[in-house]
Design a protein. Structure first.
Length: 447
């Protein structure tokens, strides 16, 4: 979050100031503008809190270097002077960049917090320990702000959600909820489990899809380079002397001529479709399309679908406290799946059925058409027996075991397939090269 400080003037000339936090500087400016219009104020200035590098010393002691976030250089100088230091220099950090911390850092913070909470350590002490120990600057600064806000008595959920760009929407919601709940340890443990599963699935998915896709793409470029550039240099020596070429060599040379003459169309065919797909995939319509049909692709679709159900059930189990308060847990659980279509069907089909028609959980989930028959059947049984919370946990554990086992098999199968493709391509190139090497001129004296 970016902190802004604004100064404004009332109609009577009185100067007022205030602070606010926003995800980006532009959003913060819009919030300030809205405040000016609402209270009929004249904006004088907006300052963004940035990092300053300072050098100080005390008496004859050595110069000490440090950094401090503030709205202005004068603010840093004034604070250090009050503490009795002689300020040598204060300079604004020129290239301040605060990228979102890696998921591993977030997971580590949540897991350690859960373990310390289980040991009955006060939450304020946990925050202080982790802030001093964290290496990631973005996460450390966010936790500092959160800790200060909580000490001032701010609402924990609002405080954490202000930093959802750092933690992620679901994680920020869960940590904010934990701080005001009576079961803080369990919510932290459940959040850590969720993050761990999400990271593991993403890692396995990269191994199953992204790495093979990159391998195939690089192989394609290597083959195109060989066929389009290296091979013709040899083959055209024979055509220069009207030597008849064997079938494989002739076919490869024809392909090579096409690639060299139509290189622009080849590049367009290779690079433009992925660029268009990525661009369209970022639109709302494209996101929904890919989210829906990704769960239906052969082999991997079923695994992705069941992982979404697993995440939903695990979050639902953590938040569910009774049938009277089931709407909010269902909504949050759908968002946690990180699948736009799954989330849409729950929010626009299942939840409205439960609210307007008084339908049960299993009936509403069935109407959403994003759950498997097994999941619907288990939810129906849990609803009838009053054990729907435990049913959700059982489903989460069942689908976790199934997807982990099947995904390992899929990864091994894809790796074997890639190896076979590479072998076939190499054999093909070897045959073409060998055939070319065996060509003999009809007249040995020809030069």
């Amino acid at each position: 979050m970016i902190e802004l400080k604004f100064t404004a003037q009332k109609a009577n000339g009185q100067i007022v100031s205030g602070n606010l936090a926003a995800p980006t500087f532009s959003e913060g400016k819009q919030q300030v503008k809205a405040l000016m219009e609402k209270h009929r104020l004249k904006l004088k200035s907006i300052q963004k809190k940035v990092t300053f590098i300072y050098k100080i010393k005390k008496g004859n002691e050595a110069v000490v270097k440090g950094e401090q976030r503030a709205f202005s250089k004068e603010e840093v100088v004034q604070a250090l002077t009050k503490m009795g230091y002689q300020v040598v220099s204060v300079n604004k950090f020129l290239f301040e960049w605060n990228p979102r911390p890696p998921q591993q850092e977030i997971l580590s913070f949540v897991k350690i917090s859960a373990e310390l909470l289980e040991q009955k350590l006060p939450y304020s002490e946990i925050m202080t320990l982790l802030i001093n120990d964290l290496e990631n600057k973005t996460l450390r600064e966010s936790l500092k702000q959160i800790n200060n806000d909580l000490k001032r008595g701010a609402d924990s959920q609002t405080t954490f959600l202000r930093h959802e760009r750092v933690f992620g929407k679901f994680t920020a919601y869960m940590l904010g909820l934990a701080a005001k709940s009576g079961n803080m340890t369990e919510i932290y443990k459940a959040t850590a489990k969720f993050l761990e599963r999400k990271m593991q699935f993403s890692k396995d998915l990269r191994s199953a899809l992204i790495t093979p896709a990159i391998t195939m793409f690089v192989l394609l470029l290597a083959v195109l380079f060989y066929v389009g550039y290296i091979f013709p240099e040899t083959a055209k020596l024979f055509t220069k002397f009207d030597i008849k070429l064997p079938p494989l060599t002739a076919a490869t040379l024809t392909i090579s001529d096409f690639l060299m003459n139509q290189w622009f169309l080849v590049l367009v065919a290779i690079f433009v479709p992925p660029i268009i797909l990525v661009w369209w995939g970022r639109t709302k319509k494209g996101t929904l399309f890919f989210a829906k049909y990704l769960m239906k692709v052969p082999i991997m679709g079923s695994l992705i679908h069941k992982t979404n159900i697993e995440v939903f059930c695990r979050v639902f189990y953590t938040l569910y406290s009774g049938s009277a308060e089931s709407i909010e847990p269902i909504r949050i659980a759908s968002e946690a799946t990180d699948n736009a279509y799954f989330e849409q069907q729950i929010k626009k089909v299942a939840i409205p059925m439960m609210i307007s028609k008084g339908a049960g959980v299993s009936e509403s989930f069935a109407a959403a058409k994003v759950f498997t028959d097994t999941a619907i059947s288990r939810f129906h049984s849990g609803e009838e027996s009053g054990t729907i919370k435990n049913t959700a946990l059982q489903l989460a554990n069942y689908y976790e075991s199934e997807t982990v086992f099947r995904l390992k098999n899929v990864i091994e199968m894809i790796q074997v397939f890639i190896a076979m493709v590479i072998m076939v391509v190499m054999i093909g190139l070897t045959l073409v090269s060998a055939e070319t090497a065996t060509i003999n001129p009809s007249n040995p004296g020809t030069r």
